[in-house]
Design a protein around this ligand. Structure first.
Ligand code: HEC
Length: 134
């Protein structure tokens, strides 16, 4: 009988632990998305557009049109967070974002900022089916 009580207590605390860790992660994610959105509006919307569709005010004067950042998932069938992070930081060669040896955002934004931006972008992805073929 005693053992049963102990077991129940252990089980209950495990559940609580799991719940709080999980809830914490969700909360953190929301916060990251919110911070990412702020960063996005200050640093990225001029080219990629406030709605991330690629229609920012600077877009028309660029040689290469900024891509619709809501379609990263739809184009690849998955959201490759690490590649997006590298793209923003300038680790991957991306002409409008500086070269590997001269990253633009990687020098201005912290790693945490960039992670928040990636979380924000992930949160605005359109579903795979809803996309017209291109
Ligand atoms: C000066 C205009 C400009 C600004 C500002 C800008 N971008 Fe871009 N971005 C581009 C262009 C043009 C491309 C496409 C060509 C390339 O990859 O260089 C691009 C590509 C990207 C890609 C790759 C998308 C894909 O489908 O492969 C990501 C991700 C991205 N930008 C995120 C951002 C984020 C986040 C910011 C803000 C920190 C930002 N951009 C600011 C012009 C800009």
């Amino acid at each position: 009988m005693r053992h049963r009580v102990v077991l129940l207590v252990i089980l209950a605390s495990l559940c609580l632990m799991f719940y709080s860790v999980h809830a914490g992660q969700v909360g953190q994610n929301k916060e990251q998305v919110a911070r990412g959105k702020k960063l996005y509006l200050s640093y990225c919307a001029s080219c990629h557009g406030v709605d991330a569709s690629g229609n920012g005010p600077v877009a028309s004067s660029l040689k290469q049109q900024p891509p619709d950042l809501r379609r990263i998932y739809a184009k690849a069938g998955k959201f490759l967070a690490e590649e997006v992070r590298k793209k923003i930081a300038g680790d991957l060669s991306s002409p409008a974002h500086g070269r590997k040896d001269m990253p633009v955002w990687g020098m201005i934004l912290s790693r945490e900022d960039i992670n928040n931006l990636v979380k924000y972008l992930e949160s605005i992805q359109k579903p795979f089916e809803a996309q017209p073929a291109d």
